[in-house]
Design a protein around this ligand. Sequence first.
Ligand SMILES: Cc1ncc(COP(=O)(O)O)c(C=O)c1O
Ligand SMILES: [Zn+2]
Length: 438
Amino acid sequence: MRPSRFTCSVGCGGAWPLTEVIYRCSRCGGLLEVAHDLASLGQVSAREWKARFAERSARARLPEGSGIWGKREWVMPHLEDGDIVSLGEGWNPLLPLPGMAQRLGLSRLELKQCGVSPTGSFKDLGMTVLVSQVRWMRRQGVPLRAVACASTGDTSAALAAYAAAAGIPSVVFLPQGRISPAQLVQPLANGSLVLSLDTDFDGCMRLVREVTADAGLYLANSMNPLRLEGQKILAVELCQQWDWEVPDWVVIPGGNLGNASALGMGFELLLRLGLIDRRPRIAVAQAERANPLARAYRGGTWEKHAVVAGETLASAIQIGDPVSWPRAVRVLQAFNGVVDDASEAELSDAAAEADREGAFACPHTGVALAVTARLARSGVMGGGSRVVVISTAHGLKFPAFKAGYHATGGAPWANPPQLLPADAGAIKAVLDQRLAAA
Ligand SMILES: Cc1ncc(COP(=O)(O)O)c(C=O)c1O
Ligand SMILES: [Zn+2]
């Protein structure tokens, strides 16, 4: 098997070994990707891959009990058990939302709950790969002092936890006052060097790129394609959970656009190796206040015009200058994709509506659900479609968002607590009144 390597995603022919500390093509400046020996992977039949994945899904022991490392040949084939840093990520459950599906005229609507995860977001899927690879690189003698990232809260939490588990120092660049307290405390607890900077995410991203250019710090943002190698498994796992059927639509919230890119990569790999025979349509969902891709799409162009991202409840996608733009555009073109956005009220209501069927949706998941509703109501998503919405984080990371909604009088799904004296009679009266309709 030929070793996996970095190649230029623009296709200029540049290629580098995975031990190289490089984040952009040195010839043309394009983003990088990881190229595996597909000819060798293709020698195994689709049927055999499915059997292998099914067998490993029954294992509890790490690393192969991990949703990512159970598919290790497709991720980082050269890593051995001792290199792998796993916290038991992946195998994110699918939650059916039959009520919402019926109201929207869809035949199937499910939430892929990537927030049900060690650090509470989908970032774990990619971070296990990046940190494992860094551990391997350090063993190969590559002089890396620490790993570093800019973050809207979830990347830093994942990096801090995996780096702590690996015994590798981490540094996180955070936009002051723009992440939830629950997210801020995660890297603090895991012993990261937390830099709280007086700028927004795009400013943090510029700074981390500048500092990691020479300081022996390894960049762990999704600009680094190692992250996407893990995140692409989301598509593989989803198809496996669907008995290798493909949904009609997958809806995913987009900020820096790494995750949407990874989703497309995963489906492409499944097609290439013959495990599926068609592509789903992909919808990228943005918050109205941080919507550069939705604006471009509506304007009929894929050209990037960065915006200054406005404040939104969906703080983890408050990003105005997405790094993975060209990767995501390629995916949208190949998957007959669409882009739409959601207002603050729409995202809040959609998250709360899904909660009524057992979710605890974060605001970004709310954005994806609200865009699903828009697409279903406008007919872009045909009646009877089978849809999976990617839930990217756990609502427990955003308690102020959840509490704020239920404190708001008049919001359609608000459920404020009933204040009562400590008196059984008063309780019974309320029970008679409130449970009468049930
Ligand atoms: C909860 C959550 N949802 C969605 C996203 C968007 O992912 P991406 O930046 O890869 O588009 C992020 C991270 O930016 C996130 O933390
Ligand atoms: Zn290039």
